[in-house]
Write a protein that binds this ligand. Structure first.
Ligand code: ZN
Ligand code: ZN
Length: 168
């Protein structure tokens, strides 16, 4: 068991996503993402990303956001895409976990599935329009863990909705 004075794995790995978030260059929202790989019970950081415009001189900070009809900015490459591409470069295979500061959008979830293949679990710090990621994870059989303010797992949102959550 982790000693109480040490960070939990959730806190430790989410801290990389939280740090990366500060580099996000979209005016609307800054997002950070960390990807880990688990092997033999050991979890290792393998990718970090934040949302960024492909062209630094033509970012949301310079020219404003480009919103789609869902109100999402499409000028940036999302943090989850950058982080999973980063992870894939070093580790083409493995079991991956994703730590992201807000709920991922469906295109990002699809990209991560295509890129990483085996996603064991996704940790979300701040649920943002959470229903689409909950539905996607449920359909794909991917564990989705939404964390509370203390960065402790809440009761899994997907199973809670189904009314079969445990007593944690
Ligand atoms: Zn933007
Ligand atoms: Zn996204």
């Amino acid at each position: 068991m982790t000693h109480p004075s040490l960070p939990t794995p959730e806190r430790y790995f989410m801290s990389f996503a939280q740090n990366a978030k500060s580099l996000g260059n979209c005016l609307r929202i800054q997002v950070g993402c960390a990807v880990t790989r688990t092997e033999g019970g050991k979890e290792t950081l393998v990718g970090v990303g934040y949302n960024t415009s492909p062209d630094e001189d033509c970012s949301c900070l310079h020219v404003g956001c480009m919103l789609n009809d869902k109100g999402r900015c499409t000028r940036t490459i999302h943090a989850e895409v950058n982080a999973s591409n980063d992870a894939k470069k070093a580790y083409p295979n493995g079991k991956f976990r994703v730590y992201v500061t807000i709920s991922p959008c469906v295109p990002c979830l699809e990209h991560m599935k295509d890129t990483l293949g085996n996603i064991e679990r996704i940790y979300v710090l701040h649920p943002y329009r959470p229903s689409e990621s909950r539905e996607w994870c449920k359909a794909q059989g991917v564990d989705l863990v939404e964390l509370d303010e203390e960065i402790q797992p809440k009761i899994n949102a997907v199973t809670a909705e189904e009314g079969k959550h445990d007593s944690r």
